[in-house]
Design a protein around this ligand. Structure first.
Ligand code: BES
Ligand code: ZN
Length: 456
């Protein structure tokens, strides 16, 4: 069935790389207000691409933030409808001097393309566009119906996408949601991600006094807000890595014996992992294996902490304020808002009455866990194995794609996570890169996948 399409993929691989390079030149950093126009350029460029490959009803759907781009091909009545989701926005590039080449001037080196957004997520959404292009060019029709939606706010929490999905639930209705925005577990082996962690992200603001004070004139009579803050943060976890927020673990799904066994069979070398990130040795919650800690257990982290004097030299001061950003990776079935409330109540109970404390819930989302017997997932496994010629790794991921649970709930469709990144892709970091082998094999695998789905 898909022979002609695969031939097309192979014959056009060089052009596909060139087109990917063009997409990667657009600095679509969603968190930077100065880049707003670039996000629009990116959305327009994707829309043009969708028209060019033969998709229909293409449109830019505006939101109060950055827009989403939509397109469809619905010429296979009676066949399943796939909604392919991805994001065209990227993370900021700082620290930019740590990049070996400029983040928006894509460079190919050792079979990898280096650019911000190459793996997360432009290279991965491009896989779907190029696979659809190939099948439409070679066969004049697709074996399934497809709808594509690419958003511009994933890296800043998908603030407006939930409303967009609710408002356009009919337009987006589907049998399966397909997302390629995750890494594989190891190079050369395709992976299916069946679980993602959720997230609660908060800011803590502590105020001691109206202004900074002379530490001699006032020291001894006022509580230092930085000290109050670190006292509070220190009580969030015990020495075994257990989180002490009351009720924090109430909704955590336990890891079954069966899953424990399966995860323990995936190759994981703690020494190599630690070396890879320059850590003296790894750390984690007592009583759990490495991959369980990473994928199936929740975490508490301080993302940043600031306050007081940080300039050159010394300044004898008691700062007026102290601040921290904290986040918790959650696992199914923890509710991000419930966790935010539990954190807030606990932090407030720990704060001495000598300071004022405020906790702001910034954003978050549910984790996701999918059924491994789902026929769509099994079709994905067959397609990946055919393209890569290797058995699929069944993995979970520690990262979050909060919109996944929203799709599943509103559209009542299972979500399949077929990711083509690699563990050393440097997502969110300098020298982000995407394997061109995975790019081309990825396109092939989606050609097979569309075929497999058409046969369900
Ligand atoms: N592609 C990632 C999600 C991801 C990361 C999945 C690692 C699997 C492994 C996505 O673009 C991302 O970075 N998500 C954010 C979500 C947050 C901004 C709400 C994350 O996980 O921090
Ligand atoms: Zn990301």
């Amino acid at each position: 069935m898909s022979n002609k399409s695969i031939q097309y993929v192979n014959e056009n691989s060089e052009r596909h790389e060139q087109e990917l390079i063009e997409i990667l030149k657009v600095p679509s950093v969603s968190s930077d207000p100065e880049r707003k126009a670039d996000l629009l350029v990116m959305a327009e460029q994707l829309k043009e691409e969708m028209i060019k490959i033969g998709l229909e009803n293409t449109q830019i759907i505006p939101t109060a933030g950055h827009p989403s781009v939509y397109a469809e091909w619905l010429g296979a009545p009676g066949k399943p409808t796939l909604l392919i989701y991805g994001h065209y926005d990227v993370q900021p590039v700082d620290p930019v001097d740590l990049w070996d080449s400029p983040p928006f001037e894509p460079v190919i080196k050792n079979g990898k393309i280096f650019a911000r957004g190459s793996a997360d997520d432009k290279g991965q959404i491009f896989i779907h566009l190029k696979a659809i292009e190939a099948v439409l060019a070679a066969e004049k029709e697709l074996p399934v119906n497809v709808k594509l939606i690419f958003e511009g706010e994933e890296e800043v929490g998908s603030e407006h996408l939930t409303d967009l999905i609710k408002e356009h639930a009919e337009l987006l209705s589907c049998d399966y949601v397909i997302i390629s925005d995750t890494p594989m577990f190891r190079e050369g082996f395709p992976g299916i991600t069946y679980g993602l962690r959720g997230l609660t992200y908060l800011q803590v603001d502590i105020r001691g006094t109206d202004t900074d004070l002379h530490s001699g004139t006032f020291g001894g009579l006022v509580k230092n807000p930085i000290h109050a803050l670190v006292d509070i943060l220190a009580k969030m976890k015990d020495e075994d890595g257990k989180i002490l927020i009351p009720g924090f673990y109430d909704d955590v799904l336990p890891i079954s014996e069966n899953e424990h066994d399966k995860l323990s069979k995936l190759p994981f070398d703690p020494k190599a992992f630690a070396d890879g990130i320059g850590a003296p040795t790894l750390y984690g919650e007592a009583g759990f294996d490495h991959l369980e800690r990473l994928w199936a257990r929740p975490t508490f982290d301080v993302n940043g902490i600031w306050g007081g004097f940080q300039g050159e030299g010394a300044k004898t001061v008691i700062p007026a304020e102290a601040h921290a950003k904290v986040s918790m990776r959650l696992v199914a079935n923890q509710d991000p808002d419930d966790i935010a409330e539990k954190f807030t109540a606990y932090a407030q109970s720990l704060a001495p009455d000598t300071v004022d404390i405020k906790v702001r819930n910034m954003h978050g989302g549910f984790g996701y866990l999918t059924d491994l017997e789902n026929p769509g997932l099994l079709a994905g496994v067959r397609a990946l194995e055919k393209a890569f010629g290797k058995e699929v790794d069944f993995i979970r991921e520690g990262g979050s794609i909060p919109i996944v649970k929203v799709f599943a709930d509103i559209l009542k469709a299972p979500v399949l996570l077929m990711g083509y990144g690699l563990p050393d892709q440097n997502a969110h970091a300098p020298n982000e890169n995407f394997s061109l082998y995975n790019f081309h094999k990825g396109i092939e695998s989606i050609v097979y996948f569309l075929d497999e789905m058409g046969q369900l």
